[in-house]
Design a protein around this ligand. Structure first.
Ligand SMILES: O=c1[nH]cc([C@@H]2O[C@H](COP(=O)(O)O)[C@@H](O)[C@H]2O)c(=O)[nH]1
Length: 339
């Protein structure tokens, strides 16, 4: 191409894409949120930050294990070199980074907090409600303030019979439209795993297994399904996130980290309870966003708490992996900026 034509093209690109544009979308919306001082400081100085969701606190676990786990996850993130930013809407204000009192409030509210997915955000804010954010809503807020990594236990997916009911978690469409990397233990077998993977493919989401070949099924290390991408280290993950951002693909990444071996032993037993709970949900006609919390608490009852212990173990493992990825990403970007 002629050099004058090339320079016109470069100018046009600059115009369409401001030179200082951040790798992640970060716009005026952040003014509507309350960002805790340590998260704000970390974001402005390029330190690693990891977002954490709050539905797992309110709807995913009983009190007081939910509070204990929320605090432990934050501590694990810190020990591994990153600043935790648990996200929730409190009295109508989206909060990025919660105090211990905030965590206590959410844990006490339990299911009285509104389970808040993307579609619910405006309503919870407008009515000054208390919203526990799911994966979709947490990704939305993380992306708005420029947090590239988010740790959870399991994401939502295509529910069984989703091909008829269209009950497909908005977590999947969020992953298709928001450039945040989500660390999870895969998806629970209460969902339709192959259809969930198909749907993620349709949404253009890069799904990568972490140090394993098979996509994990939350309580068990294996689901019987594979995905095309495998990563083995936090540095691999950081490079993948960096490429995704630089290319401005606009979509998220799902890192699927298997439950640690020592906690996967009870997987088969928990699996049986899941099948029973699914039958009960059908019989009681529990559907929509009530289905996941129902199944989680029923499976916990049926397994005498074994599923809760496994859930907590994999959350802690994911927090550790997520923090290491965040640290590796900060280091990679630090080198790039100084190089
Ligand atoms: O093992 C779990 N899966 C999913 C959830 C929560 O449920 C949400 C998905 O709900 P739904 O299927 O209604 O989209 C997830 O984003 C997450 O917040 C959870 O707590 N534990």
């Amino acid at each position: 191409m002629e050099s004058s034509a090339m320079s016109r093209l470069t100018n046009l690109q600059r115009h369409l894409q401001p030179a200082d544009s951040k790798l992640l979308e970060s716009d005026d919306v952040s003014g509507l949120m309350k960002i805790s001082p340590d998260v704000a400081e970390a974001l402005s100085t390029g330190k690693p930050v990891v977002a954490l969701e709050s539905t797992v606190i309110s709807h995913g676990m009983p009190y007081p294990q939910n509070l204990e786990t929320a605090k432990q996850l934050e501590a694990i993130v810190r020990v591994n070199g990153a600043i935790p930013a648990t996200i929730a809407i409190l009295d109508g204000v989206p909060c990025i980074g919660l105090s211990t009192e905030d965590l206590q409030k959410l844990a006490n509210l339990g299911v009285r907090a509104q389970k808040t997915a993307r579609r619910d955000i405006a309503h919870v804010v407008a009515t000054r409600g208390n919203g526990a954010t799911t994966v979709s809503a947490t990704m939305f807020f993380a992306s708005k303030v420029g947090i590239p990594i988010f740790v959870t236990g399991g994401i939502g997916g295509v529910h069984r019979h989703g091909e008829n009911t269209l009950d497909i978690s908005s977590d999947l469409t969020e992953l298709g439209r928001t450039p945040v990397a989500v660390v999870s233990a895969g998806v629970k077998s209460i969902l339709d795993i192959p259809r969930t993977l198909e749907y993620l493919e349709t949404q253009g989401v890069c799904v990568a297994t972490y140090a394993t070949n098979e996509f994990p099924a939350f309580f068990t290390e294996k689901s019987g399904y594979r995905v095309p991408c495998r990563v083995d280290t936090p540095e691999d993950c950081a490079r993948l996130i960096d490429a995704n951002h630089k290319l401005r693909l606009g979509s998220g990444i799902l890192f699927a980290v298997p439950i640690p071996k020592e906690h996967s032993a009870s997987g088969g037993f928990i699996e049986d309870a899941i099948q029973r709970a699914i039958g009960e949900a059908r019989a009681k006609n529990v559907t929509g966003n009530a289905e996941t919390p129902f199944l989680l608490s029923r499976v916990n009852e049926l397994t005498g708490g074994a599923s809760l212990a496994s859930n907590i173990a994999l959350l802690k493992n994911n927090a550790q992996v997520g923090a290491k990825i965040a640290a590796a990403l900060a280091q990679l970007r630090g080198h790039q900026n100084s190089g």
